[in-house]
Design a protein. Structure first.
Length: 99
């Protein structure tokens, strides 16, 4: 959890060296329990190395695969395995413009 907070701060302040170090550290910390949170951070922050490490872990983990099939993973994480764009049913309808 502390590593994710540090990653958020380093990413916000654009300290790229620290982001790279923390990404490598978090790649080794991916477990069945931490998979969703770490992967979502990697996707939302565009951290390709961490995202690739999480994807490798998820592809080999039976629990992650079961969660994926049951739809228990966040949408961004599920898209990492399914590809494509989110389904239209999950997107809010655009508001109508009144003139």
């Amino acid at each position: 959890q502390s590593a994710l907070y540090a990653l958020d701060l380093a990413h916000r302040w654009q300290v790229d060296v620290v982001v790279a170090i923390l990404s490598d550290l978090l790649a080794g910390m991916v477990t069945d329990e931490s998979f969703s949170v770490i992967t979502e951070h990697a996707i939302l922050k565009g951290l390709e190395r961490l995202k690739a490490a999480a994807q490798r872990f998820g592809a080999e983990s039976k629990k992650v695969q079961a969660d994926l099939k049951a739809g228990r993973l966040p949408a961004a994480v599920a898209l990492l395995f399914h590809g494509g764009s989110p389904s239209k049913s999950n997107e809010p309808k655009p508001k109508r413009r009144r003139v």
